[in-house]
Design a protein around this ligand. Sequence first.
Ligand SMILES: [Zn+2]
Ligand SMILES: [Zn+2]
Length: 391
Amino acid sequence: MPLGDLKARLCDEVDRRAEAIRGVSRQLHAHPELGFAESFAHDVLASTLEADGLAVSRSAFGLDTAFAAEAGERGATVAVVCEYDALPGIGHACGHNVIAAAGIGAGLAAAALASEAGGRVRILGTPAEEGGGGKVFMLEAGAFDGCDAALMVHPAQADLLRMDGIAVRQVVARYRGAAAHAAAAPHEGRNALDGAVLGYLNVAALRQHIRGDERIHGVFTDGGGKPNIVPASAATHWYVRAADLRRLDDLGERVAACLGAGATAAGCEVDLEWLEPAFADLVSNPVLETLYADNARALGRDPLEPTPELRVTGSTDMGNVSHVVPSIHPMIAVSPPGVVIHTPEFATFAGGDEGDRAAIDGAKALAMTVADLWIVDGTVEEVRRAFTGAG
Ligand SMILES: [Zn+2]
Ligand SMILES: [Zn+2]
């Protein structure tokens, strides 16, 4: 089948399912769930695939809210990745409802033509991107084995070729002091909250002397119980981010020293718990990027090279996938410039007409990229060469 014909037919398949794709996006948006607890989204998405005749592995790869479905018997295998977790308090402010809808749309369109076109598509439902790292567990369990490429699209305030995905590791610092009556015997207390506050301030000083692409941000999760009791416990929770895992190790040591010094000053103990998994930096495959961008342009979108003024810096478990399978994580415009992800305003756009349009366009652009990989001779090899080059 000529490439142009296949792409046109894939877009028709998306259009035929437009109502279902928009419905998925709206339903998930109206019912936000946190990572690893996305049972509603899991059921909606799995049922949508099954209604189209696909066999779905529910609760796949050892995760209750992961799923997988595959179509096609031969040829290149392309994974289409769906995310669907939300954020505490602000719902789908990262727009993962749009990621899921676009992924389901692309996956269903590709599945409809896989046998005829001579390719395979694997639709993966990957829970808990916001810190939980569902993809890392799925990667270890073999979800991406045999894939020639992994594709997804993420909503943002602009159409961009990629996210600037940096590595991240989380650490929880738990301070232990000694309780005492804060007025009657303050000298007998060892103030764990002081330890945590001083640790926080040490990190604030450290920030002046780190690289421009490094980020450290923390919140207090325990600050004691009552003012007249010297706090015997306190805790902070941190995200530490750097360009890659090696840089992250170096930065992590400096952060640990800051947090520990706070405890020393306050005469307290501190335990640092580094949470697993760490997220690796995102290696965006340049060949896949170009294919996606050309397909998006055919739909009237124009994914741009990120600039310092217009970029999305963050971390994603897709980074870990991108070190094993050639991957892309382009951004698709849902909100106007200035309305950024993780804000209530962005959540409104993700659940509105702009979110619907991004879901449909994202589904088509991803499906057409699947077509490039399936039937253009040498494309998979070219992607693989660029992947090796990226290391
Ligand atoms: Zn997010
Ligand atoms: Zn996100």
